[in-house]
Design a protein around this ligand. Structure first.
Ligand code: NAP
Length: 287
C-alpha cells in the first residue's frame, strides 16, 4: 500500500471504527454477565478444513474473548452430509446456553448452504443469513442485519457519508454480501445498481458511481481508470495474501474515500457480529 500524508485522510479506518463499537459491546456483555451470571455465547459451525475459513473463525473467537463473549466451535468434517450439518445447527438452536450462531461461509459443495442457514433459530441468526432476516432487512424492519453490509454502513456513517441520492454500484450479488448490501443502501435512499458476472460494459457502469462496493472475490479487480474522481470506494474483498478486490494503489489517488485491506471492512464486520450476539443474548435471556 503506497500512501502519502494527504491520502491518509481519505482512508476509512475500519479498525478505529470497530474499536469504538467493540468497547460499547464489551460494556453490554459485562452488564449481561452481572445480570445473568453467564457470558453471551456465539457458536461457530465450520464444515471442512479450508485454512482461510479456519483462520476467520479463530479471528472471530479471539475477538469474542477480548470482548467478554464466550465462543464455541463446532468443527465438522468436509464430507458431512447436509442432514448432519443441519442436525448440529438445530442442536445449537435449541441450546439455551448459545445466543448466536454463525455458519462459516462457504460450506463444502456437498452441503446445501441454504438448508444450513435456514436451520438457525431466527432469534440466534446474528450473522443475518436466513431468509427471514434478509426479508426483514429488505423491508427496513428490525432484525439481525447481514454483518458485512451492516459493517460497511457503520463505516460510511462514521465518516459522515451522506448516502441519500448517491448512485451506488454494488459489484457482486451473493446472498451474504452483494444482495443485502444493495438493499441496505436502497433503505438509505441511494440509487442502487448491481453488477455481476454477466454485466456488460462493467467498467463504464462503475464510472457512473458515487459509491462503489466491491464484493466479487477477485484480487485487484477494480482498476483506477474505472473510478469517478471523488467517489467513495469500499473494498469488501478478502483474497489470498490479504488482498482486496480493489487495486488500492491505482484507486487511492482518484477516490474521495477508500477502505484498505486489511483494516477496513473486516474489523467493522466482526464488530457488528459481536454487537448482534450481545443483542441476541439480551433479548433471549430477559430479566
Ligand atoms: N470482509 C468480510 O467480512 C467479508 C465477508 C464475506 C466475504 N468477503 C469477501 O468478499 C468477496 C465476495 O464474497 P462473496 O461471498 O460475496 O462471493 P461469491 O459468493 O463468490 O459472489 C461473488 C459475486 O461476484 C460476482 N462476480 C464474479 N466474477 C465477476 C466478474 N468477473 N465480474 C463481475 N462480477 C463478478 C458473482 O457474479 P454471479 O452472481 O453472476 O456469479 C457473484 O455475484 C470475497 O473476496 C470474500 O472473501 C469478505
Amino acid at each position: 500500500m503506497v500512501t502519502s500524508p494527504a491520502s491518509v485522510d481519505r482512508i476509512l479506518d475500519g479498525t478505529r471504527v470497530a474499536a469504538a463499537s467493540l468497547a460499547i459491546t464489551a460494556e453490554r456483555a459485562r452488564h449481561f454477565y452481572e445480570r445473568t451470571g453467564a457470558q453471551p455465547c456465539l457458536a461457530a459451525v465450520l464444515v471442512g478444513d479450508d485454512p482461510a475459513s479456519l483462520a476467520y473463525v479463530r479471528m472471530k473467537q479471539r475477538r469474542c474473548r477480548r470482548t467478554g463473549i464466550a465462543s464455541r466451535l463446532v468443527h465438522l468434517p468436509a464430507d458431512s452430509t447436509t442432514a448432519e450439518v443441519v442436525g448440529e445447527i438445530k442442536r445449537l438452536s435449541s441450546d439455551p446456553g448459545v445466543h448466536g450462531i454463525l455458519v462459516q461461509h462457504p460450506v463444502p459443495p456437498g452441503v446445501d448452504e441454504r438448508a444450513a442457514f435456514e436451520a438457525i433459530d431466527p432469534a440466534k441468526d446474528v450473522d443475518g443469513v436466513t431468509m427471514g432476516s434478509f426479508a426483514a432487512m429488505a423491508f427496513g424492519l428490525p432484525t439481525h442485519a447481514s454483518c458485512t453490509p451492516a459493517g460497511i454502513l457503520r463505516l460510511l456513517d462514521a465518516y459522515g457519508v451522506e448516502l441519500s441520492g448517491m448512485h451506488a454500484v454494488v459489484l457482486g450479488r451473493s446472498p451474504i454480501l452483494g444482495r443485502p448490501m444493495g438493499m441496505l443502501l436502497l433503505g438509505r435512499d441511494a440509487t442502487v445498481t448491481y453488477c455481476h458476472s454477466r454485466t456488460s460494459e462493467l467498467p463504464d457502469v462503475v464510472r457512473t458511481a458515487d459509491l462503489v462496493v466491491a464484493a466479487v472475490g477477485i484480487a485487484h479487480f477494480v482498476r483506477g481508470a474505472w473510478i469517478k474522481p471523488g467517489a467513495v470506494v469500499i473494498d469488501a474483498g478478502y483474497n489470498e495474501g490479504n488482498v482486496g478486490d480493489v487495486h488500492f494503489d491505482e484507486v487511492l489517488p482518484v477516490a474521495g474515500l477508500i477502505t484498505p485491506v486489511p483494516g477496513g471492512v473486516g474489523p467493522a464486520t466482526i464488530a457488528v457480529l459481536l454487537e448482534q450476539t450481545v443483542a441476541a443474548a439480551e433479548s433471549l435471556v430477559r430479566p
